[in-house]
Design a protein around this ligand. Structure first.
Ligand SMILES: Nc1ncnc2c1ncn2[C@@H]1O[C@H](COP(=O)(O)OP(=O)(O)O)[C@@H](O)[C@H]1O
Ligand SMILES: [Mg+2]
Length: 375
């Protein structure tokens, strides 16, 4: 069933929190988006997802959430559960509670899933929304899942001709049945190596290993996040990122000017969780990055190619290493990148002439424009 574009203000359900270890980061992102979304144009319904996966109406004022307030923001569980149901061809939010008659919260035209990590950025929530033909911002099921899995992402990037660094993917079975073979394969990468959970984010569970006797401990800590791992050769290079925004209609994806994350002035040995979110001065974010014109062009071209390779929609941030030799090596794609007003993705667009509010508006418009079903 197709829906008419409503004459009233589109109703946007903003989803945040979630089951992943990036719950708090998502809450902070929601604070930014809820504060900047154009209320003269959109009606906004904030919906929190508690750590247990329950959808709830958030308590208090999520717009005030911040990461540096000592306590990490968190969506708590509630007696009331919010569900999304297709009723009479429209999408309704229903609030239900034991022994109470369910009540309607209203129609939803588009969902903005501000969720990072597993059960949010990985295609699961996207699949749930697809089942009810609900429009949503950002990548679909497959692109989200590929963007979440650092192994499959590399397989696809390599197939698309992008420059991927040396790595070893380690499954749970491989590690549990033949750890010696895994250690031997990792040894061929040289040192240091980066040990990562295949599906996490915000540097959770990642260790830099400088000596092979640290490898098992690094594997154990990555396996706390995901039993599938990716172990990569350490790359010496500057960290360059590029923001991609889907084009309207058949237009090509748009790319921002590349930005740079520089932690060389800090005590952090890589861009770890603390450097990202806790230690505010650790990372210097700059945009545009000071790059030769040909390198900046290569980064932008490869960012758009990566976006298309995984079949992303809406937005993605594509991260690279730029080596002293002038090589551009792709690190990863994030289909729901950090999206607070000071995060790299919005900052790169701001430096490229698109403000935070305009960016939110663009993303919602793109989501409202697109058809439902296979596309
Ligand atoms: N192969 C690598 N070589 C050098 N540094 C790396 C490598 N992989 C990751 N890092 C460092 O670790 C950080 C986090 O790794 P990344 O793969 O981007 O994980 P996440 O998805 O959690 O952001 C990077 O920003 C970079 O500082
Ligand atoms: Mg990263």
């Amino acid at each position: 069933m197709t829906e008419q574009t409503p004459a009233r203000k589109p109703r946007v359900a903003v989803l945040f929190g979630g089951r992943s270890s990036e719950h708090a980061v998502s809450c902070v992102t929601a604070a930014g988006v809820l504060g900047a979304i154009d209320r003269s144009k959109y009606q906004v319904i904030p919906i929190g997802i508690a750590r247990n996966g329950q959808w709830v109406l958030p308590e208090g004022n999520p717009e005030q959430w911040a990461l540096n307030s000592g306590e990490l923001p968190e969506v708590g569980p509630s007696d009331e559960t919010v569900t999304l149901a297709e009723i009479g061809g429209t999408h309704q939010l229903i609030v239900a509670q034991t022994n109470e008659v369910p009540r309607e919260l209203g129609t939803v035209d588009v969902v903005f899933p501000l969720l990072h990590g597993p059960f949010g950025e990985d295609g699961t929530v996207q699949g749930m929304l697809e089942l009810s033909d609900t429009r949503y911002v950002g990548a679909g099921v497959l692109a989200s899942a590929v963007g979440m899995d650092k192994h499959f992402m590399k397989v696809i990037f390599a197939a698309a001709g992008l420059n991927v660094g040396p790595y070893v993917a380690v499954t749970d079975r491989q590690w549990r049945t033949d750890p010696a073979a895994v250690r031997a394969e990792v040894a061929t990468l040289g040192l240091p190596v980066f040990v990562k959970p295949a599906r996490a984010g915000s540097s959770m569970g990642i260790s830099k290993v400088d000596a092979l006797d640290q490898l098992d401990a690094a594997i154990a800590s990555a396996r706390e996040h995901d039993l599938k791992l990716v172990i990569e050769a350490g790359i010496v290079g500057r960290e360059i990122e590029c923001a991609v925004l889907q084009g309207h209609g058949t237009d090509a994806p748009r790319t921002s000017m590349p930005g740079e994350v520089d932690i060389s002035g800090s005590t952090h040995t890589f861009y770890d969780f603390a450097a990202k979110y806790v230690d505010e001065k650790a990372a210097a974010l700059s945009c545009p990055a000071d790059l030769p014109a040909d390198a900046a062009a290569a980064v932008r071209e490869q960012a758009a190619a990566a976006f298309e390779a995984v079949g992303a929609e809406g937005l993605s941030r594509v991260d690279f290493f730029y080596t002293e030799q002038g090589d551009v090596i792709i690190n990863e794609i994030n289909t729901m990148p950090g999206f607070t007003p000071v995060s790299m993705y919005p900052q790169m667009w701001a430096a490229s002439g698109l403000s935070y509010s305009e960016l939110i508006d663009e993303l919602i418009s793109l989501a409202l424009e697109r058809p439902v079903g296979l596309r």
